[in-house]
Design a protein around this ligand. Structure first.
Ligand SMILES: Cc1cc2nc3c(=O)[nH]c(=O)nc-3n(C[C@H](O)[C@H](O)[C@H](O)COP(=O)(O)OP(=O)(O)OC[C@H]3O[C@@H](n4cnc5c(N)ncnc54)[C@H](O)[C@@H]3O)c2cc1C
Length: 425
């Protein structure tokens, strides 16, 4: 039997899940179709709304107050403060106590694994004791076998940034032995299961063994930062046990892939979809569409080389940007591959970049142009389709990496696109 939905969302990242949850809240019947579950395995799990803005020196304190300084055509300028607040509300309801930051509009400043200080709006509870506004003495512990994270270097960077607390760093040899190709997951797994590990010739449960190795370096520290590998399914218990053994607060610093904070967020968001009654089809890409005039009738999903139509009244495109493959580029130009929506870009490839590696690269803003209802626009500024909306990384006009607004833009556009799609039923 053909699949037919009120609202079909394409893409399972933060934008797609937000759009699906917002649409479900209107009472619409929603299906989310996604190729891979999400890109959160690579992401930090932090939710940045706006960290830097033109005309604001240093990190933005209040993202809402900084919206007016953003350039024309920026999604926040188009959609306004209510869109950001709406997206954050959907997010906060989905994640519950797993995240902090909802008590204030002001950005939190958080310690990152590179030693930089990051302005962010929502952060996993596991990272909360790493706030830079907290004046408790800090110890950063790196694991020698995890070469992407150097505890001493992180501490040096923080001290050089003039943080208002004392900070030391140390590299330790972790108890137990782990296969080189999968150390991150094996360490997380050992802590999750609290397996017995060898510590100085005796068997100790993993959490206690890790604490014993850290203890001699604790000094006056009231809080200890560790790479974000502190368990998966039982992360809260792992942290609580480490805190009990160490007598200090413990926090995680998000690292590169595989990112446990990202994976935990992915689980939470997909549980929320399930609870909201959103149907899920994952593992296959949308490759095209069928339309009647300017209205999309169905999207075509490639199911093991078989083209299967999924029909819907309303469609939300949330396939990500250049990283998620929602925007594609080759020698011919830049394109949006599912609906072939217009993606403004210079014809000459040399104009996509600037010479300065840290300069304002035009490619960073590539994506579909939207109107106030998140409808993608053609080259003449007319909606491409009457029932298509776009959200997240696929939307252009914003350098989300430079301004640290990646997830905020996904939440705001996902909220508007999902709500409007649901209300159009
Ligand atoms: C390495 C990394 C670090 C990050 N760090 C931060 C951070 O510190 N703070 C922050 O706020 N944000 C961060 N982000 C951004 C954030 O995780 C999201 O990637 C961003 O908000 C964009 O979300 P999205 O849902 O639009 O796209 P994506 O997350 O890219 O998701 C797109 C989804 O669409 C699916 N898809 C693509 N094409 C198709 C198709 N044809 N058919 C079906 N499905 C398709 C993909 O499989 C994927 O599930 C980071 C991202 C990455 C990759």
């Amino acid at each position: 039997m053909a699949i037919h939905e009120d609202v079909l969302v394409i893409g399972g990242g933060i934008a797609g899940t937000t759009a699906a949850l917002a649409a479900a809240e209107t009472g619409a019947q929603v299906r989310l179709v996604t190729h891979k579950k999400s890109t959160l395995r690579q992401a930090s799990g932090l939710i940045d709304v706006l960290g830097y803005a033109p005309d604001v020196d240093g990190p933005v304190s209040d993202p809402f107050a900084a919206i007016e300084s953003l350039p024309e055509g920026h999604p926040y300028q188009l959609l306004g403060e209510t869109a950001i607040r709406g997206g954050l509300t959907v997010f906060d309801e989905a994640v519950g106590e797993a995240y902090e930051g909802s008590h204030t509009d002001t950005n939190a400043l958080l310690t990152t694994s590179g030693g930089a200080i990051k302005p962010t709006s929502r952060y996993p509870t596991s990272t909360a004791a790493g706030l830079v506004s907290d004046d408790r003495a800090m110890l950063i512990v790196g694991f020698r076998s995890l070469t992407d994270f150097d505890g001493e270097l992180v501490a040096d960077h923080l001290a050089a940034a003039g943080v208002p607390f004392s900070v030391d760093g140390v590299e330790i040899e972790v108890p137990g032995s782990y296969r080189a190709d999968s150390r991150v997951t094996r360490i997380a797994n050992a802590l999750d299961l609290n397996k017995d590990l060898d510590y100085e010739g005796r068997a100790l449960p993993a959490r206690e063994a890790f604490a014993e190795v850290i203890k001699p370096h604790l000094g006056d520290a009231d809080r200890v930062g560790l790479p974000a590998v502190l368990g998966d399914d039982h992360a809260d218990e792992v942290r609580a046990d480490l805190e009990r053994h160490l007598g200090a607060a413990v926090f995680e610093l998000p690292m590169g892939p595989p990112s446990y904070p990202g994976l935990r967020l992915e689980d939470i968001l997909f549980d929320a979809l399930d609870e909201a009654g959103v149907r899920l089809s994952d593992g296959n890409p949308a490759v095209g569409y069928e339309a009647d005039g300017d209205a999309i009738d169905a999207i075509i999903v490639d199911q093991m080389n078989k083209e299967v139509p999924y029909s819907a009244e309303q469609v939300v495109l949330a396939t990500g940007g250049l990283v998620g493959k929602g925007i594609d580029s080759d020698r011919e130009g830049v394109r949006e591959p599912v609906f072939d929506c217009h993606v403004p870009h210079p014809d000459d490839r040399y104009d996509w970049f600037v010479d300065d590696a840290f300069g304002e690269h035009p490619f960073a803003k590539f994506g579909v142009q939207i109107d106030e209802a998140c409808k993608p626009l053609d080259g003449d500024g007319v909606p491409e389709f009457s029932n298509l909306r776009a959200a997240g990384g696929v939307v252009g006009g914003v350098d989300r990496t430079a301004e640290k607004s990646k997830s905020g833009v996904s939440l705001a556009t996902g909220y508007v696109a999902g709500t409007a799609a649901g209300e159009a039923i």
